[in-house]
Design a protein around this ligand. Sequence first.
Ligand code: FMN
Length: 360
Amino acid sequence: MPGNSFGQSFKITTWGESHGPALGVVIDGCPPRIPLNESYIQDALDKRRPGKGGVAETTRKEPDKVHILSGVFEGFTTGTPISLIIYNKDAKSSAYDSLKDVFRPGHGDLTYYEKYGIRDHRGGGRASGRETAARVAAGAVAQAILDKFGIEVISYTVALGGVVAQKRELSFIDQNYFFAPDPDVVDKMEQRVKEVRSSGDSIGGVVETIAKGVPAGLGEPVFDKLDAELAKAIMSIGAVKAVEIGAGVKASSMLGSEHNDEITPDGFLSNNAGGILAGISNGDDIVVRAHVKPIASISKEQKTIDIEGRATTITVGGRHDASAIPRIVPVCQAMVRLVIVDHLLRQFGQVIDWRLRDRG
Ligand SMILES: Cc1cc2nc3c(=O)[nH]c(=O)nc-3n(C[C@H](O)[C@H](O)[C@H](O)COP(=O)(O)O)c2cc1C
């Protein structure tokens, strides 16, 4: 199975299964002398962690404690590969026994079987949301570099099950379970989750990510456009079905005079471009939205087939979220961090050489 790596200059490779003993990531290309310790990475993981007891959430309780195995010495990166490991502690694989020979609708069960002829039926294996813990850990390492450049990446929920945030109060995001930027929608979101959960169903939503302080000039002009890279990064997260940059799908119904961001000596008058023009960052905020489907594991009975192709029905047991939101929010943040740091190193690789950097 190729395709477990992402990035060019800052390259991550994730490994491990949802119900294996552990999962983790190897990071190749992190510059030396970046301050880094386990608690910095842990802070990011704690946001994604299952079992915090929120209303939308799986009852699987994972401490998601990260251990640094290599690449860090006395609180600083050494420039050698960084290996991070997270042990799975609460995998109750027996809950998946009944799924061994049937395919869950909306999951990768059928396609994995068609492709490999063998699959780890316990919790989706590599397709599981648990794989994203490794991405979040790598994203925290990326942020440690972005910190040096004053670049901030913020992700938040702008819609959940049809409840749409109207405000963007970024200081409120960490004060509510859904990471919503609008105090007026939190109760409505909670209510919506309770309704769908009690009916055995699930809901989707939209996660927006803003990157502030990104210098102009990141992104390569043809196939590695910054928006193309972001789209791939976000679309590679399970359950994401569409990605928007800036005005996104609204652009197709706007006039050119409305969509163009006029330029003044003080900067752009609007940001419909989402901070990227011709695949290159323009110095404005980068704005990316991920449209997330309702999660597939629902307790309503649905039609499916078994591995012999015979018709059957399925009701998915086990411990599942009612929505991938809010746990997917830190994952979107991590993927945007990874793309920006990769392109930062591609653009300014030499400048980041410690002898130049530490001279100021
Ligand atoms: C953080 C995170 C948590 C997820 N949790 C669940 C879950 O509890 N139940 C579920 O059915 N899908 C969950 N998913 C989504 C599945 O992984 C995904 O829908 C599935 O692998 C099929 O892939 P696709 O939706 O991209 O086609 C989660 C995804 C993420 C990113």
